[in-house]
Unconditional design. Structure first.
Length: 545
């Protein structure tokens, strides 16, 4: 018996943004994506709890260098980040090593800014290179750069007391990581797994809908295929983004949901399958026989993916010795698709119509590909060893597929990673030089901003830059409003906690939303936290912040 398909389809993208994405401006999409989506409230509350805990801890410490604690707690709460003891220890060790590297540079070149400056850029480039080739994910990059933030501040002009600043910064980062870990265990635990399940379900549903549309149009006399069939839905992009992030996070650790290993592969193949079949349908659009076969194959594939959706939220699939009737039924459906292809190829013979042969070969190949993840046993213990990321577009030689270690990262040079690190380092250098002449007190935020923006292609960097600029402006406005409230007399601890908690929730709501606009929420939180929480007492004026 097949598990029933969920009546309501969870989504990771706001329906309003889905409707207007292709014909409206980006800011309209941003506004539409503020609408509630499945799991967004839980993820927002978790990030808010971690951030408020960091704010309270920063207020008790009362040192500006410790203000990175709530920022780290927020960024470590991004949906898709796995929290395990092993990853926690790696984050803490990474922060400690980056702090030691920063202190070592300043101690080695005291009062030598002309030597310290290039040494600093080389050290940053080396760290960025490692974060690009090792499967640490975006979270590991942020932990490393947050820790090295003080290195971009005063050491070039006044290295006095830098060791204390670096240690406090590292302690702030480590505290933020632990707060996010504690929140993940206590505030709506397991939401990352649920989000991955929703992404799997969403991909299967999108592909099934597209395949049924192909079948319907092929059966209608004289109907032409819709141009949108060849395009990628923004919802598909959102689902793939979530799964890719989750897989990159889990690459080095034991799978926490082994039943999603085959399901994720099926979901990834479902998208490419629907695109390929739409292309074959377009090639055989003028042939009634080809249209009929296309409709048959599309219906069978859609039924298969609908049945797979019923397993997306099950937790009993894949344990050794388990006998799951739903999985056996899926295997039978895949074999039926293979038989359809075999029968059609034999009927066509060697001199058959090329379009028909291509369709039957496609059916046979699809049945074989879909059967493999359902029958592969035993399930892999580690995601990196399983090559699970390969169907989502990763190259087989990519570090995530090869389970790269530190030794292989240092022994095998990666030109793409080196060029990416060099671009970010150049941004750091430009930011530091400009700040030295214009605004020395903001050198660290400017350098960190250049690192995070210049970590992708030119087009992606431009988009990230615009989104981060928007988030920074919004966060600055929020900080100004909060300080005006403080200046009007809201100086009590309860008022302070209420205002900070409200701003933390607003930032978290934007941050945990669509992958396309999460940068806005990240910079919103970073801007008002650094403006307000740098001092232990509420600011009485907007001017200093």
């Amino acid at each position: 018996m097949i598990y029933p398909v969920p009546e309501t389809r969870p989504t990771l993208i706001a329906p309003g943004a889905e409707r207007i994405l292709h014909r409206s401006s980006w800011w309209q999409v941003f506004v539409a994506e503020l609408a509630p989506t499945s799991g967004r409230l839980q993820a927002s509350l978790r990030a808010t709890a971690a951030m408020v805990g960091g704010l309270l801890l920063a207020a008790m410490v009362g040192d500006p260098n410790f203000v990175i604690c709530p920022v780290t707690a927020m960024t470590e709460s991004v949906p898709g980040t796995l929290h395990t003891p092993g990853l926690l220890l790696r984050r803490l060790a990474m922060s400690g090593l980056c702090a030691a590297l920063s202190i070592g540079l300043v101690v080695a070149f005291p009062q030598q800014p002309m030597v310290l400056f290039p040494a600093m850029l080389l050290a940053v480039g080396f760290v960025l290179y490692l974060t690009r080739v090792l499967p640490v994910g975006a979270s590991g990059l942020r932990v490393a750069m947050w820790t090295m933030g003080p290195l971009f501040g005063r050491p070039l002009s006044d290295p006095a007391d830098f060791e204390r600043a670096a240690l406090l910064s590292s302690l702030g980062v480590c505290s933020g990581v632990m707060l996010a870990y504690a929140a993940a265990l206590t505030v709506f635990p397991g939401s990352e797994v649920q989000r991955a399940r929703q992404a799997v379900d969403g991909l299967l549903a999108e592909s099934s809908d597209r395949l049924r549309d192909v079948a319907r149009r092929c059966r209608e006399s004289g109907a032409a295929l819709d141009v949108r069939i060849d395009s990628t839905s923004p919802a598909v992009v959102a689902h793939v983004s979530v799964l890719t992030q989750a897989i990159a996070t889990y690459a080095q650790d034991d799978a926490m949901f082994p039943e999603l290993v085959p399901l994720t592969r099926l979901a990834a193949m479902s998208d490419s399958t629907s695109v390929q079949l739409a292309g074959l349908a377009r090639l055989g659009e003028a042939s009634p026989e080809a249209r009929q076969v296309t409709a048959e194959v599309a219906d069978r594939l859609a039924a298969f993916f609908d049945a797979s959706r019923g397993l997306a939220f099950e937790r009993l699939w894949g344990r050794p010795g388990d006998r799951v009737p739903a999985v056996e039924a899926l295997i039978a459906q895949a074999e039926s698709l293979m038989d359809l292809g075999e029968t059609g190829i034999r009927a066509q013979g060697e001199t058959g119509d090329e379009r028909m042969l291509a369709l039957f070969a496609f059916a046979r190949r699809c049945g074989t590909s879909l059967r493999v993840p359902l029958t592969a046993a035993p399930l892999p213990r580690r995601f990196g060893q399983a090559g699970l990321a390969l169907p989502l577009g990763f190259d087989p030689a990519a570090p995530i597929a090869r389970n790269t270690t530190l030794w292989t990262a240092l022994s095998e040079f990666n030109m793409d990673a080196a060029m990416s690190a060099a671009a970010a380092v150049s941004g750091v250098g430009v930011a530091l030089v400009m700040c030295a002449f214009l605004l020395p007190e903001v050198a660290s935020p400017a350098a960190l901003g250049s690192v995070f923006v210049l970590q992708s292609t030119i087009g992606a960097s431009s988009r990230k830059g615009v989104l981060r600029l928007l988030g920074t402006v919004i966060g600055g406005v929020m900080a100004c409003l909060a300080m005006e409230l403080f200046a009007w007399g809201m100086q009590g601890l309860d008022d302070y906690a209420l205002i900070m908690g409200a701003m933390a929730f607003v930032s978290s709501w934007v941050f945990v939303g669509s992958p396309r606009t999460s940068y806005v929420g990240m910079m919103m939180a970073a801007a008002w936290i650094m403006a307000i929480a740098t001092d232990p007492m509420p600011a009485e004026s907007v001017v200093p912040a």
